[in-house]
Ligand binder design. Structure first.
Ligand code: FO1
Length: 311
C-alpha cells in the first residue's frame, strides 16, 4: 500500500461510541500530525433539555482531549452532576446523565448551531477549545436520526432505547433517518485516504449510519479498508451489540458475523485471539481489547503495520 503524504499514511477512521474513540486515540498517538481524520456517527444525536446532544462526537472529542474516563469511556472523567441533581429534584426528565462540565459542550453547540453554524464548524470550534488537533468530522451536517424498531412494534429514538430503556427491548431492525447527505469534508477526506479503518464500534448503530450515506460505500470500496472486530470471544466489550447480532442477523455473535455484515468492503480484519475464521483477506489476530492507553497505542501500531502489508 502506498503512503499518501511523503512519510506516512493518510488514514480515515470511521467510528461511533466508546470502542471507536479508543482506537482513534491509539491511532492519534502513533500517526504523525495531519495523517488521521475521524469520521464520526451522528445517528445518536438527539435533542434533550432543548440542547443538541452529539454523544459520539463528544466521546471521540473527550477521549482525544484526555478527558474521557478510561473505564466508562463517555462524558468527562470526574465531572459533577449538580445540575442533574437539581433537575431530578424538580421532576425534569433526568434519564440521560449530563455532567456539569459536559453541559458546556451542549450549550455551546446548541448556541452555535442556532446561530447558523454547521455541526462540522461547531465541532471544529469545540475541539480547538479543548486542544484537540485531529480533525473530527461529523458524518453529516444534516439530522440523520437512528431509530430502533422493537420486536413489539415500537419505534424509539436510539438514546431512548439504549439509555432510557437500557437496551432491554429486543430489536427487530434499525432505521437510519435523514436525507442521507454527507459533507464535502468527509468526501474529501475519503478521496485523499490511503487507508480506511472501520473502528470497533457497533456496526448497526455506529458504522452503518456512516456507510449508508450517499456515496460513502462507493468511496470506501476504492480504498484499502481494514476493520477491527468489536466482538471478542462472542461478547461485546461494551453495549448491546452481541444481542443485536442474534436479534437482527439471527446468528450467534462473533467476529465472523461482524465481518459478514461488512460484506465486500474489507481488505483486512483484526480479531481477538481465537476469533479468526476462513476469510478471503488477511486477518490480524491480536489483543483487540484496548481499554488502557498503552493497549490503544500497542494495538494501533500493530494495525498500521498490518495495513501497510496489504496490497
Ligand atoms: N450512556 C449511558 O448508558 N447512560 C447515560 O446516562 C449516558 C449519558 C451520556 C452523556 C453524554 C454523552 O456524550 C454520552 C452519554 N452516554 C450515556 C453514552 C452514550 O449514550 C453512548 O455511549 C453512545 O451513544 C454509544 O454510541
Amino acid at each position: 500500500m502506498t503512503g499518501g503524504s511523503e512519510n506516512g499514511l493518510s488514514v480515515v477512521a470511521l467510528a461511533g461510541g466508546v470502542g471507536g474513540a479508543r482506537l482513534i486515540d491509539g491511532l492519534d498517538r502513533v500517526l504523525p500530525p495531519g495523517s488521521l481524520t475521524a469520521v464520526v456517527n451522528t445517528g445518536d444525536d438527539f435533542e434533550h433539555w432543548g440542547l443538541h446532544i452529539s454523544p459520539d462526537l463528544d466521546t471521540v472529542m473527550y477521549t482525544l482531549a484526555g478527558l474521557a474516563p478510561e473505564d466508562r469511556g463517555w462524558g468527562i472523567g470526574g465531572d459533577t452532576f449538580e445540575v442533574l441533581g437539581e433537575a431530578r429534584r424538580r421532576g425534569v426528565d433526568d434519564w440521560f446523565q449530563l455532567g456539569d462540565r459536559d453541559l458546556v459542550t451542549h450549550l455551546f453547540r446548541t448556541k452555535a448551531m442556532s446561530g447558523g453554524k454547521s455541526l462540522t464548524q461547531t465541532t471544529a470550534t469545540l475541539c480547538k477549545a479543548l486542544g484537540v488537533e485531529r480533525p473530527i468530522l461529523p458524518m453529516s451536517d444534516e439530522p440523520c436520526p437512528t431509530t430502533i424498531l422493537t420486536r413489539r412494534g415500537e419505534e424509539l429514538a436510539f438514546q431512548e432505547w439504549l439509555v432510557k430503556e437500557r437496551a432491554a427491548l429486543p430489536v427487530s431492525n434499525v432505521r437510519h433517518g435523514g436525507s442521507g447527505e454527507t459533507t464535502r469534508s468527509v468526501v474529501d477526506a475519503l478521496n485523499l485516504a490511503d487507508l480506511i479503518v472501520i473502528c470497533p464500534s457497533n456496526p448497526y448503530v455506529s458504522i452503518d449510519p456512516i456507510l449508508g450515506l450517499t456515496g460513502i460505500k462507493e468511496a470506501v470500496r476504492l480504498k484499502p479498508t481494514v476493520a477491527v472486530s468489536p466482538i471478542l470471544g462472542g461478547k461485546a466489550v461494551k453495549g448491546p451489540l452481541a444481542a443485536m447480532i442474534s436479534e437482527i442477523d439471527g446468528r450467534p455473535p462473533s467476529a465472523e458475523a461482524v465481518a459478514a455484515h461488512y460484506e465486500d468492503l474489507l481488505g483486512g480484519y483484526a480479531v481477538h485471539p481465537g476469533d479468526s475464521f476462513e476469510a478471503p483477506y488477511p486477518t490480524l489476530e491480536t489483543n483487540v481489547h484496548i481499554q488502557t492507553i498503552d493497549d490503544r497505542v500497542r494495538f494501533a501500531g500493530e494495525l498500521i503495520a498490518f495495513a501497510r502489508k496489504l496490497k
